[in-house]
Design a binder for this molecule. Structure first.
Ligand code: 13P
Length: 251
């Protein structure tokens, strides 16, 4: 089963609109021959500009979060329809930083996945363990339960569209990448869970990314593993040259 690689940049809270213009102008040329699908998840304030600047390119734009309700009294929040109205196609859901700092839970992740899919946005669903959880030996159990809850009530047809990102928290922004074997082992667990919840054909189709200090130097090894179908890239997505290197593997 060959799944096309998907590389998504998570810009996090970086880049003003002016800086966005600059980075995208560099990225367009740098990734134009990418072998993978290319997504950039910019801050909300840059989304409209990013969609406009990437028209007729191979770069697709995603958001980093959204609310699960359609509309209403949720000060500061942004809905799926608002993102779709800008031309956004993807949305990161349940990033560990949102779980840690903004009270995201497995239940809100499931609500967001449900809303995103019902509206036609593709969720990039994040899961992953802390260093303490890894040391306690509960990585598999934890990631299993994150994936089971995220997929609760999601149909087989819909689950085929989602991207799951395995991001061990201890590897995010630390320069401490998981070894390709550690990363692949957990991505394989995730695929097994999808197979148990749905069937093996569905599990074969779902794309599973690794994220956590993936960069131009270590991407080739990670992306050569059988169950790693791409990357969710933080720091290295802010440099056009580094990001483009990561988009050039497809096997
Ligand atoms: P870094 O690549 O900076 O470790 O960030 C990973 C991440 O959190 C992507 O969502």
């Amino acid at each position: 089963m060959s799944r096309k690689k998907v590389i998504a940049g998570n810009w996090k809270m970086n880049k003003t609109p002016e800086e966005t213009r600059q980075l995208i102008s560099e990225l367009i040329g740098a990734v134009k021959d990418a072998k993978s699908d290319v997504i950039i998840c910019t801050p909300y304030t840059s989304l409209a500009l990013a969609v406009e600047l990437t028209q007729n390119t191979n770069i697709v734009v995603g958001a980093q979060n959204m609310h699960y309700e359609q509309s209403g009294a949720f000060t500061g929040e942004v809905s799926a329809d608002m993102l779709l109205g800008l031309g956004v196609k993807y949305v990161i859901v349940g990033h560990s930083e949102r779980r840690q700092y903004f009270g995201e839970t497995d239940e809100t992740v499931n609500k967001k996945v449900t809303t995103a899919l019902s509206k036609g946005l593709v969720p990039i669903v994040c899961c992953g363990e802390s260093l303490q959880q890894r040391e306690q030996g509960i990585t598999e159990e934890l990631v299993r339960s994150q994936v089971i809850i995220a997929c609760n009530g999601i149909s087989k047809e819909d689950v085929k569209k989602i991207i799951i990102a395995y991001e061990p928290i201890w590897a995010i922004g630390t320069g401490k990448t998981a070894t390709e074997q550690q990363a692949n082992d957990v991505c394989k667990v995730i695929r097994t869970v999808i197979g148990e919840l749905y069937d093996s054909e569905t599990a074969d189709l779902v794309r599973i990314q690794y994220g956590g200090s993936m960069n131009a130097k270590n991407a080739a090894q990670l992306l050569s593993m059988p169950d790693i179908d791409g990357g969710l890239i933080g720091g290295a997505s802010l440099k056009a040259g580094d990001f483009s290197v990561i988009t050039n593997f497809n096997g």
